[in-house]
Design a protein around this ligand. Structure first.
Ligand SMILES: C[S@@+](CC[C@H](N)C(=O)[O-])C[C@H]1O[C@@H](n2cnc3c(N)ncnc32)[C@H](O)[C@@H]1O
Length: 263
């Protein structure tokens, strides 16, 4: 990754970058498969909305080159140096202020993005106007509200903390359960050939990356939510046990929805 020592020397920033990379390793396979099935290829004009650490923008550019183009739009430009690649035009902007022009795009992808948007139906309709007739929108989100199977009181604490995260997102106008209703959102917007597939990835595979993803999610939840009523030793014990599956047997529920603008 270029620029890592320059831009990511603050610990919290570094931790967030690693969390974004875990999101990529757990989700790229499913988003890429769907975009491939929708026909992404050379010459495609694409948008990655909320590029994060950049792997999907990079991958779309690889598919679209030599004469395609990818807009990578994010409200936060901290990771842009790491995302730089030929064919990706990184733009610091709120998605609502971005305008590539009507009927200018073939593919739009966004992941773990719609759950944060209060006006997601409006943003989806806006995205449809950017698509040429027949162009595809592919949205991936995780339903955080689905409880994990727990085997101890510490495991119940995990579900309690997840519940707090869901409520914190909703206080900000987002919806951490939107993944389970992406199909309805797409149909309401008038997209056609809609499909939505949910992938359950075990967190108990002893894959160190999955363990690290759980821990980074736990840290993000604790930094976003009030956990002052929880004993410090319980938080530490739960955090340490997450990669082992000792208290929590959890699955990551990622829904990938795709739909086409009518021709
Ligand atoms: C959870 S991260 C996911 C990153 C990436 N999509 C992925 O899945 O690897 C959400 C990203 O969306 C960006 N974002 C959130 N709201 C946005 C908005 N209104 N306009 C543009 N970007 C936004 C954030 O800055 C962040 O980079």
């Amino acid at each position: 990754m270029t620029g890592q020592s320059y831009i990511f020397d603050d610990h919290a920033v570094d931790a967030e970058f690693r969390r974004l990379q875990h999101i990529e390793r757990n989700g790229d396979y499913y988003s890429q498969n769907r975009l491939r099935a929708c026909g992404i290829g050379p010459g495609a004009r694409c948008l990655e909305a909320g590029i994060g650490a950049g792997s999907m923008a990079r991958w779309m550019a690889e598919q679209a080159l030599p004469d395609g183009h990818v807009f990578g739009v994010d409200i936060d430009d901290r990771w842009f140096p790491a995302s730089e690649i030929a064919g990706v035009e990184c733009i610091k902007s709120d998605i609502r202020a971005f305008d590539p022009g009507p009927e200018s795009l073939d593919f739009i992808h966004a992941r773990l993005f719609f759950m944060h948007l209060p006006d997601r139906a409006d943003v989806l309709r806006q995205m449809m106007r950017w698509l040429r007739p027949g162009g595809w929108v592919v949205i991936a989100d995780a339903d955080i509200s689905i409880p994990a199977r727990v085997t101890s009181p510490l495991g119940e604490l995990w579900n309690e903390l997840n519940g707090r995260f869901v409520r914190a997102v909703s206080k900000l106008g987002g919806d951490a359960t939107i993944a389970s209703r992406l199909d309805a959102l797409f149909l309401d917007a008038g997209l056609v050939d809609v499909r939505a597939d949910t992938h359950y990835s075990s967190m108990l595979t002893k894959d160190p990356d999955m363990g690290a993803f759980l821990v980074s999610s736990f840290d993000a939840i604790c930094s976003l939510c009030d956990v002052s009523d929880v004993r410090e030793e319980d938080l530490s014990a739960l955090r340490a046990s997450l990669p082992t599956g000792e208290n929590v047997s959890t699955f990551y529920h990622l829904t990938v929805a795709a739909g086409r603008r009518p021709t």
